[in-house]
Design a protein around this ligand. Structure first.
Ligand SMILES: *[C@@H]1O[C@H](CO)[C@@H](O)[C@H](O)[C@H]1NC(C)=O
Ligand SMILES: *[C@@H]1O[C@H](CO)[C@@H](O)[C@H](O)[C@H]1NC(C)=O
Length: 324
């Protein structure tokens, strides 16, 4: 008994020491890209989980190849069987909205709740491009905030070139919301504006999610632990500052957040929504800025907003407002 207690105390006490000595570990925990589930699925064969989908790779940078799934809108389903990547690429010019789906940490573009959302968007009549950032899934390289953002920016421009005027929207979930707003800031710096941003379960900054985690909370009373955490994030160049980004972004915005989210607290989504309303005022624009809140009793939590039976109507209405 005494030994077990001593062991537990040692494990507990060694965590801050290990983080201090090996700061990259925190980056690995945040990205969790080494968790490649579903493990027994060949990402080169999307048809095992998604119909009307083509797998391809883009070289987003010298030596970095990222895997992407393109799922067609319902209007193109019938024509799809037997078609190759070139045909799929051509369809992006059909004027229908294109969603670039930016997934959260851990696992791959084949993870169940990601695939379910893609199915809904596809059935609602949209193209979806779902990518695994560098270091995730079958993509090469190592993840970093700057690298994941630059992969997405590359894909965004690639899609824009094919899409001939149809709206290209960024849909970020969880960690992907940070990638989405980073990318939108880059696009704005280049002199244009992303057609629409949809942020599902977004956070203010990733540091605040880490600080809010139950495991972290067990250490927060230790003097210096919190500042250790922030300094490690800084050393790793991991910020994902949605709050700061939204102070300058003038894209149409839709925030989706469930009140029972146990990973990213609902208040963070609400705060971002308020920041965007403020930005809209300051820039004197009339772009749509909306938030849908899901009550806790629906049980959607962090990963299951796709279960909202009305989701495709919500998205449809939001896109309709863009055109006005
Ligand atoms: C693909 O479509 C067929 C025919 O509608 C259906 O039976 C099958 O379950 C679908 N596959 C997947 C992975 O959704
Ligand atoms: C579904 O979404 C639409 C568009 O946002 C809204 O007008 C309608 O009231 C919603 N219906 C339900 C049952 O929530």
């Amino acid at each position: 008994m005494k030994r077990a207690v001593l062991f537990l105390i040692t494990v507990y006490a060694s965590v801050p020491v290990i983080l201090y000595l090996f700061p990259w570990i925190l980056g690995h925990i945040i990205f969790a890209h080494f968790l490649r589930f579903p493990y027994f699925l060949d990402l080169g064969r999307p048809e095992d989980v998604l119909n009307h989908t083509c797998n391809f790779y883009l070289n987003t940078e010298d030596g970095v190849s990222v895997g992407v799934w393109h799922t067609l809108p319902a209007s193109q389903w019938e024509d799809a069987p037997g078609k190759g990547p070139e045909w799929y690429r051509e369809t992006l010019g059909d004027g229908r909205p294109v969603f670039i789906y930016l997934h959260g940490n851990g696992a791959t573009r084949a993870m169940n709740h990601r695939v379910e959302l893609v199915k809904i968007l596809s059935a609602a009549g949209y193209h979806v491009l779902s990518l695994d950032y560098r270091g995730f899934g079958d993509s090469t390289g190592e993840p970093s905030e700057a690298g994941m953002t630059s992969d997405t920016l590359y894909l965004y421009h690639w899609v824009k070139k094919q899409s001939r005027g149809g709206p290209v929207c960024l849909w970020g979930h969880s960690l992907g919301t940070g990638v989405a707003t980073n990318t939108a800031v880059k696009v704005q710096e280049q002199g244009s504006v992303v057609d629409a941003l949809i942020l599902e379960a977004p956070f203010t900054t990733i540091g605040e999610v880490v600080a809010n985690h139950p495991v972290t909370k067990m250490y927060m009373f230790l003097p210096g632990f919190e500042s250790l955490l922030w300094s490690i994030l800084e050393k790793n160049n991991i910020v994902f500052a949605n709050d700061k980004n939204l102070k300058t972004l003038t894209s149409p915005l839709l925030v989706l957040h469930s009140k029972d989210d146990d990973i990213v607290p609902y208040n963070m989504g609400l705060k971002l929504y308020q920041i965007s309303l403020q930005t809209k005022k300051e820039y004197n624009t009339d772009v749509p800025v909306e938030m849908i809140s899901y009550s806790a009793n629906l049980g959607f939590s962090h990963n299951s907003i796709y279960l909202d039976p009305n989701l495709s109507n919500v998205i449809g209405k939001f896109l309709q407002n863009l055109r006005q």
